[in-house]
Design a protein around this ligand. Structure first.
Ligand code: GLN
Length: 277
């Protein structure tokens, strides 16, 4: 007699953990099983022999195959937490990174006045704009993206979280209305086209439009710095994320374009990750 494959949670999780590469195989497996069954992760420990349906096991197997192939867990779940906000993500947008939360902290530390007008350029999921909206109800927050799928996703996240922001489709400044801002903030693409990092790990599943910026990775940053002053109110700030090894080049670009008070700040890993001016 051939025995049926076990449908117990613990059996499925153990088999999955043995196959998943990465930092957190057990967590990934639990998140995927929670995603297809709706069962809580604590229940997998409390009741390991509990069985799922054959259909759920099949769905779990499909997601697991994609995870084993390297697809980021955030794309499989369709969700990523940023600034404690559950954001929907899609393969048309970058997965928000914890280090970008430092950009939000830096923006909040500037002491901007009440009712400040803020623009998040290249917003993707809407992460930065929504994090700021969750902290500053009186700010007028706008977000833009060149990609319509991102615009729609950011709008959907704004509605789902009940955090009002205005999301517009625009290639950087090109299609913006004639308004001025107190803060321009962006996590633009900044990886050099030849970087090996792009073909490794989960990054290869993310859109190159959100990652790659010319031969030196500075094409978009150059544009933002050269045009940004035209979009700022007096005393306004620009705050840009960049690569850990780009701070000197970015500082130089800001200074050459006539910006003042240029300052580099670090991310959680202690790397130079953003410059403000
Ligand atoms: N920090 C991201 C990475 O290294 C890149 C983000 C970006 O290009 N804006 O994968």
């Amino acid at each position: 007699m051939i025995s049926e494959p076990s449908l117990s949670c613990e059996h499925l999780l153990k088999a999955a953990v043995a196959r998943i590469q990465g930092d957190s195989p057990r967590l990934d497996a639990e998140l995927l099983l929670h995603h297809v069954t709706g069962l809580s992760r604590t229940s997998f420990r409390a009741w390991p022999e509990r069985e799922v349906t054959a259909e759920q096991a099949a769905q779990f197997a499909d997601l697991l195959a994609e995870r084993v192939n390297g697809k980021p867990i955030a794309y499989l779940l369709g969700q990523q937490e940023f600034w404690s906000l559950p954001l929907n993500v899609s393969p048309s947008t970058l997965i928000p990174r914890p280090d970008t939360e430092c950009l939000v902290e830096a923006a909040l530390s500037l002491g901007l006045p009440e009712h400040s007008a803020v623009l998040d350029l290249g917003t993707g999921t809407g992460a930065i704009a929504l994090a700021l909206a969750s902290e500053k109800q009186d700010w007028q927050i706008m977000a833009s993206d060149r990609i319509i799928d991102a615009v729609e996703l950011a709008r959907a996240n704004s509605a789902a979280l009940n955090l009002p922001i205005t999301v517009l489709q625009s290639h950087w400044f090109a299609q913006l209305p004639d308004v001025r801002f107190d803060l321009l903030v962006s996590n633009p693409p900044y990886i050099p086209a030849s970087d090996r990092h792009l073909s490794e790990g989960g990054v290869r599943f993310e859109p190159s439009s959100a990652l790659v910026a010319g031969d030196d990775g500075l094409d978009d940053i150059r544009l933002l710095i050269s045009e940004g002053l035209n979009w700022l109110n007096d005393g306004g700030w620009m705050l840009l994320e960049h690569g850990y090894d780009q701070s000197e080049a970015v500082r130089h670009l800001f200074t050459k374009a006539g910006w003042h008070k240029v300052e580099t700040r670090k991310d959680y890993g202690g790397n130079d990750r953003m410059t403000l001016a």
